[in-house]
Write a protein that binds this ligand. Structure first.
Ligand SMILES: [Zn+2]
Length: 204
């Protein structure tokens, strides 16, 4: 047990030393302030790490992740992150990122299998599946149907973030932040644009 943690700490020391060897002032700059361009709202899945898959360094992306990147309009955790990112950090781009093969989306479609608290958390996805039942029923393959539901979940989350007073206030001041919906393929490592970007102009 202790060896696993010790190995992690050793990797961290190696990483820190490597960064400092390449750029001696790197951590001094970051310690003063963070000015990320992006807020990322994504899934907690360990295969979808925001910084790694988007090629962004520490300091470049502010991150909120939860199971299946669900946006509950009363989630104080998400709303606090959103408000801080928009009003204080003044991020210019907000990315809602879902992914194919999402376990949370799968759980939301397994009606007869209990998942404990997750069943409460995933309720918006079940409702979404019912709302789009006609479209989804035309997709024969169950994995492809779930992947389409994962896309719909991103579109829904984008719409929900756009409706928050935080975004409406920001858009009252101008065009930014831009709000984007992406989906990530865990089989090919590619981020796809769902072409649902909203700016202040679009929202007015
Ligand atoms: Zn997921």
């Amino acid at each position: 047990m202790a060896q696993v943690l010790e190995a992690l700490l050793e990797r961290n020391r190696d990483w820190s030393a490597k960064i400092r060897a390449e750029a001696p002032d790197y951590f001094d700059g970051l310690a003063l302030q963070q000015t990320p361009e992006f807020l990322w709202i994504g899934c907690s899945d360990s295969r979808v790490p925001a910084n790694v898959i988007s090629g962004l360094a520490p300091g470049e992306v502010f991150v909120h992740r939860n199971v299946a990147n669900v946006v509950h309009s009363s989630d104080m955790n998400l709303l606090s992150v959103l408000e801080f990112a928009v009003d204080t950090l003044k991020v210019r781009q907000i990315i809602i990122c879902g992914h194919y093969g999402c376990g949370g989306v799968r759980a939301a479609t397994e009606e007869d299998m209990p998942h404990g608290l997750a069943d409460h958390w995933l309720e918006p996805i079940r409702r979404l599946a019912k709302r789009h039942a006609h479209e989804l029923s035309k997709i024969g393959d169950i994995e492809m149907r779930r992947d389409r539901l994962a896309e719909l979940n991103v579109l829904e989350s984008v719409a929900r973030v756009a409706e928050t007073p935080i975004l409406r206030r920001a858009w009252g001041r101008g065009d930014y932040p831009l709000l984007h919906g992406l989906i990530y393929g865990i089989r090919d490592g590619i981020l796809r644009n769902l072409d649902c970007t909203i700016s202040g102009t679009d929202a007015r």
